[in-house]
Design a protein around this ligand. Structure first.
Ligand SMILES: Cc1ncc(COP(=O)(O)O)c(C=O)c1O
Length: 366
């Protein structure tokens, strides 16, 4: 029996998400652990997760029992952290899962979502999986969003717009006024604040004022929990209720729930690291700017996108990889001549900068 014939025809040429290098690949390719590699390709916290998390997980005894399906304690803790009613909070296995669920809840095949490339790849990934019509409104040369063009593109079946703020991989913010205008279109507007702790800009205070605003956040970036997969969304009350109905009950596992509670108990410790990373972002930006042919874009997140169009970006990425340093390259319009570098620890950033200088000394410009 040929099962290939039974696959949805519209998924036959579905492009896989090209993820950063996984820990297993690192082990195989380099014979090194994640700790030994200078891993600046996935915007993780370079200091890892807080010690309280490690201690609590080593003492945790209830791995044999299903976790709380409604994540009550976790929602209460997150509510204390962000100052929003727990009933509005929905927790997912990474904010990725919430992107998927929002699309499943609102989009039937043929309905439209507005995507603002270059941006985070999972919006179009899940939209395509849901059979959505993806309306792409490209950002300008400085990666700013064109609200007039967005408004003009809206059709009766358009439901949703995703805006990452700050945007990944470009690092820039859209103004609060810009978001207000998007909300005034009446579409559901998902403001993805995965990097909020690094930017300090939020529209969380508008929750309750707009019934078409959804805010997403993550514990992967600032809190060092990327491997445990926890993100949350803040929704209009009725939408939160629908989200909880369609969400699979146990996607936020027991270890993840323990870890988030301990990470929030370590808030001061983590926010200190965030401050260090923000300082390091400026120092790394200044150093990159001094390298001929490397043009870093200003960033409000924990990474810096660099234009390397006077050189060969994939070649730089490969040469860095050969030295055990991982950075990110995207095979996408406007990004092929760029590399994205996550902010590492100071000593890692120093090695990165010296390595780029060395590589550019060795490699002829294109
Ligand atoms: C803008 C943005 N949103 C969401 C995510 C996904 O985060 P999580 O690990 O919580 O699924 C990422 C991760 O890179 C991101 O850059």
């Amino acid at each position: 029996m040929e099962l290939n014939d039974k696959i949805r025809p519209d998924l036959k040429d579905f492009p896989p998400y090209s993820a950063h290098t996984s820990p297993d690949t690192l082990k195989e390719q380099f014979g090194l652990s994640v700790e030994e590699i200078i891993k600046l390709d996935a915007n993780e916290n370079p200091y890892g997760c807080p010690p309280r998390v490690v201690q609590a997980l080593s003492k945790f005894k209830s791995y044999g029992v299903y976790p709380d399906a409604s994540q009550l304690e976790l929602r209460r803790r997150i509510s204390d952290y962000i100052g929003v009613d727990p009933e509005r909070i929905v927790i997912g296995a990474g904010s990725d899962q919430l992107i998927d669920l929002i699309i499943r809840l609102m989009i039937k095949p043929g309905d439209g979502i507005i995507n603002l490339p270059p941006t985070f790849g999972m919006y179009s990934f899940y939209a395509r999986l849901a059979g959505a019509k993806i309306i792409e409104i490209k950002r300008d040369a400085n990666f700013q969003v064109n609200n007039a063009e967005i408004e003009a593109s809206i059709e009766p079946e358009t439901r949703l717009i995703f805006v990452a703020n700050p945007n990944n991989p470009t690092g820039n913010l859209i103004s609060k006024q810009g978001i207000k205008e998007l909300l005034q279109t009446g579409l559901a507007v998902v403001v993805d604040e995965a990097y909020y702790e690094f930017s300090g800009q939020t529209v969380m205070d508008w929750i309750g004022q707009y019934d078409n605003l959804i805010v997403l956040r993550s514990f992967s970036k600032w809190a060092g929990l990327a491997g445990l997969r926890v993100g949350y969304g803040v929704f209009p009350a009725t939408l939160a209720d629908y989200m909880m109905r369609i969400k699979d009950p146990y996607s936020v596992n027991a270890a993840a729930q323990v870890a988030v509670i301990e990470a929030l108990e370590s808030k001061a410790y983590l926010l200190n690291q965030v401050r260090d990373i923000i300082n390091e972002r400026q120092r790394l930006f200044d150093q990159l700017k001094r390298i001929e042919g490397i043009e870093p874009y200003p960033s409000d997140a924990n990474f810096i996108l660099c234009d390397c169009s006077r050189h060969n970006a994939p070649l730089i990425v490969n040469e860095l990889k050969n030295r055990g340093i991982l950075v990110r390259w995207f095979d996408a319009p406007k990004l092929r001549q760029c590399i994205r570098i996550s902010i590492g620890r100071p000593e890692q950033n120093d090695i990165l900068v010296e390595s780029i200088k060395e590589i550019l000394g060795e490699v002829k410009p294109w």
